[in-house]
Design a binder for this molecule. Sequence first.
Ligand code: C5P
Length: 238
Amino acid sequence: MIEYEGKAKQIIPTAEPDVAIQRFKDSATAFNGQKKAELEGKGEINAAMSAAAFLKLESAGISTHFMGLENARDMRIKRLKIVPLEVVVRNVVAGSLSKRLGLEEGVTLKFPIVETYFKRDDLGDPLVCDSHVFVLGICSEETLAELKTRALQVNSVLGPWFNEAGLTLVDFKLEFGFDESGELLLGDEVSPDTCRIWETESGRRLDKDVFRRDLGDPMVGYREVVDRLGITIGGEHA
Ligand code: C5P
């Protein structure tokens, strides 16, 4: 039984009420679902990469919803009440930051920046400032501050991990939620679907932008990312 069907993942209940299966699909979408494709192998790569990233983060003291891999595309997760914000961290100018502010893609930012977007497909996930978050009643001031702190902590763990593999973590999106005991945990996924990853030396794009911008076979880059990070498909490697 599928409880929730998203664009790239499904949520499947288990016998335990606080535990679910997050299944990574091969489906890819961009531009709020206007562009669609099936990319063979994407689900397994994203599951393996997310598992490895969550283990890496957990070992650095950052709590996540990750409980283990059931098989190559199914992840056991703690159920969360998701805070309806996409928390984006940026190290290098790309994507919507470049468009919105007229900055050149590829320029390294003086310091990592954190942005928040309201998760509302019908509004196209708008960028929201802190006052918007409070006016909308999305979360408390304390939670918002905590989300930003944690997002920067994630950046400081993932950034060096990527750098050592010859990769640059340009930007990424995170989602957080509260578990049944009220603890704030990192949820969702960490994969080339949700991160911009460039090969450091050449600047080659190894992420979903290849699909968004029709730059070739997206799976070539996705595979290169897991290979460089030493991640085995179907395994869990910190
Ligand atoms: O499009 P934009 O430049 O704002 O994206 C910033 C980062 O957030 C990118 O790594 C992109 O892949 C990710 N993102 C995402 N899901 C969205 C919007 C952005 O994973 N709905």
